[in-house]
Design a protein. Sequence first.
Length: 88
Amino acid sequence: MAVGWAHDGAVQEQIDANVQDAVKLARRRLPCGESLTHCKECGNIIPEARRKAIPGVCLCIQCQSELEARQDVSSGYNRRGSKDSQLK
Protein backbone atom coordinates (compact mmCIF):
# COMPACT_ATOMS: atom_id res chain seq x y z
CA MET A 1 0.00 0.00 0.00
CA ALA A 2 1.59 3.27 -1.11
CA VAL A 3 1.11 6.26 1.17
CA GLY A 4 1.32 9.76 -0.29
CA TRP A 5 4.50 10.00 -2.34
CA ALA A 6 6.16 7.06 -0.60
CA HIS A 7 6.83 3.85 -2.47
CA ASP A 8 5.49 0.44 -1.43
CA GLY A 9 7.32 -0.79 1.64
CA ALA A 10 8.54 2.66 2.71
CA VAL A 11 6.77 2.50 6.07
CA GLN A 12 8.33 -0.87 6.87
CA GLU A 13 11.75 0.46 5.84
CA GLN A 14 11.35 3.32 8.31
CA ILE A 15 10.32 0.93 11.07
CA ASP A 16 13.30 -1.34 10.32
CA ALA A 17 15.68 1.64 10.34
CA ASN A 18 14.38 2.80 13.73
CA VAL A 19 14.77 -0.69 15.19
CA GLN A 20 18.32 -0.97 13.81
CA ASP A 21 19.22 2.39 15.36
CA ALA A 22 17.87 1.28 18.74
CA VAL A 23 19.84 -1.98 18.59
CA LYS A 24 23.06 -0.11 17.71
CA LEU A 25 22.52 2.27 20.62
CA ALA A 26 21.93 -0.62 23.04
CA ARG A 27 25.07 -2.42 21.84
CA ARG A 28 27.19 0.71 22.28
CA ARG A 29 25.99 0.99 25.86
CA LEU A 30 27.02 -2.57 26.75
CA PRO A 31 30.20 -2.71 28.82
CA CYS A 32 33.12 -4.73 27.49
CA GLY A 33 36.67 -5.51 28.49
CA GLU A 34 38.01 -5.90 32.00
CA SER A 35 35.90 -4.75 34.94
CA LEU A 36 37.22 -2.05 37.26
CA THR A 37 37.57 -2.71 40.97
CA HIS A 38 36.52 0.84 41.90
CA CYS A 39 33.78 3.01 40.42
CA LYS A 40 35.19 5.59 38.00
CA GLU A 41 32.61 8.16 39.16
CA CYS A 42 32.61 7.98 42.94
CA GLY A 43 35.58 5.71 43.72
CA ASN A 44 33.57 3.20 45.78
CA ILE A 45 34.49 -0.48 45.52
CA ILE A 46 32.52 -2.43 42.91
CA PRO A 47 31.48 -5.77 44.48
CA GLU A 48 33.11 -8.86 42.99
CA ALA A 49 29.72 -10.40 42.20
CA ARG A 50 28.87 -7.36 40.03
CA ARG A 51 32.25 -7.51 38.28
CA LYS A 52 31.73 -11.19 37.45
CA ALA A 53 28.11 -10.72 36.36
CA ILE A 54 28.83 -7.78 34.01
CA PRO A 55 32.15 -8.00 32.16
CA GLY A 56 33.64 -4.54 31.67
CA VAL A 57 31.61 -2.84 34.38
CA CYS A 58 33.09 0.48 35.45
CA LEU A 59 30.36 2.00 37.64
CA CYS A 60 28.88 0.99 40.98
CA ILE A 61 25.16 0.24 41.11
CA GLN A 62 24.23 3.70 42.43
CA CYS A 63 26.23 5.59 39.76
CA GLN A 64 24.92 3.28 37.02
CA SER A 65 21.34 3.93 38.15
CA GLU A 66 21.93 7.69 38.10
CA LEU A 67 23.48 7.48 34.62
CA GLU A 68 20.54 5.50 33.24
CA ALA A 69 18.07 7.99 34.73
CA ARG A 70 19.87 10.85 32.93
CA GLN A 71 20.15 9.13 29.56
CA ASP A 72 17.93 10.42 26.81
CA VAL A 73 14.89 8.30 26.08
CA SER A 74 13.81 7.85 22.47
CA SER A 75 11.34 10.55 21.51
CA GLY A 76 9.21 8.24 19.39
CA TYR A 77 9.28 10.59 16.41
CA ASN A 78 10.27 9.22 13.05
CA ARG A 79 13.07 11.55 12.04
CA ARG A 80 13.95 9.49 8.95
CA GLY A 81 10.59 9.90 7.26
CA SER A 82 9.99 12.35 4.48
CA LYS A 83 7.87 15.43 5.02
CA ASP A 84 5.02 13.80 3.12
CA SER A 85 4.99 10.76 5.39
CA GLN A 86 4.66 12.98 8.48
CA LEU A 87 1.74 15.06 7.21
CA LYS A 88 -0.90 12.49 8.16
